[in-house]
Every structure is written in C-alpha cells, then in structure tokens.
Design a protein around this ligand. Structure first.
Ligand code: ZN
Length: 149
C-alpha cells in the first residue's frame, strides 16, 4: 500500500470510528476550540492526576481532518504528563506548518504523522491544529479551562 493511501485510511478510520469522542462529566479541565474559517467547533475534556493526563475526550463537530486530528491527539497524550503533551503539540504544529520535517521528531507523533500532508494544504492547517492548539492552551492556561466548568 502506498504511504499516502495508508495515511488517508488512518484519517478516515479516526473520522468514521472515533475512539475518544464523548464527554467527561467530572473533568478537571474543559475548553472549547473553534475554527470559524471552516466551522470546526470542539470541546476538550481532561482529567489530571497531578501532572499526568489520566483521561481525555472531546465532543463537537467539524470537518474530517479536524475530527480525525483531535481523536488522534487524545490517543497520543493519554498517560503523558503536561510537559510532554505540550511538547508534542509543538511538534505537531511545527509539522503541519512544514517547519519540522525530521523523521525522528515526526515519529514521536505516531499515527498523527498521517496528517503531515496537510502542510501542503494551507486552507486545512487550522482544521488540523485545532485540537492540539486547544489542548496546549488548556494545559498552559488552566485558569481559562476552568471557567467553562
Ligand atoms: Zn475544518
């Protein structure tokens, strides 16, 4: 199978059969992320155990890229600590903007690396980074994410 086709299938799979969609009623952090240029609108939920991300999920709606990306993002941050998750968000956004291209960095993103081609579709960049940006915002500014509770 061609790599690009494989990537498309990974994106499709997360879009059609999301594994992390849902609401966490007793979440420690809740933050909404909106991309008006496409109409993507998500809310991210997170439970922390000290610095470790114990549970996370999202709900909302949006295009296939935004939904697949946030679903993959949650897979990648579960069990990680805040610092690691923020670093991963930086790597993902760097990859999508075409600023990070070395294999070693991109491998750290696991399945989310399937969205690397979005770097060549400027109109979709905001869709791809929405979930990751919201996660980073939530962890760096938890005061914003608690107001919504
Ligand atoms: Zn979108």
């Amino acid at each position: 199978m061609e790599l690009k086709q494989l990537y498309r299938e990974i994106v499709n799979e997360h879009n059609l059969h999301p594994v992390n969609r849902g609401k966490i009623e007793d979440a420690d952090l809740v933050l909404r992320g909106v991309n008006p240029s496409c109409g993507d609108d998500i809310t991210l939920y997170m439970k922390l155990d000290g610095d470790v991300i114990k549970a996370a999920s999202y709900d909302g709606s949006g295009c296939a890229i935004s939904q697949a990306s946030v679903d993959m993002m949650v897979d990648q941050i579960l069990g990680k600590n805040k610092e690691e998750a923020i670093k991963l968000a930086g790597t993902f956004m760097g990859m999508i903007k075409g600023e990070i291209t070395d294999e070693e960095s991109i491998e750290a993103l696991d399945e989310a690396a399937a969205l690397q081609d979005v770097a060549h579709m400027p109109a979709r960049v905001k869709c791809a980074v929405l979930g990751w940006h919201t996660m980073q915002e939530m962890l760096e500014h938890p005061e914003k994410a608690q107001e919504n509770k």
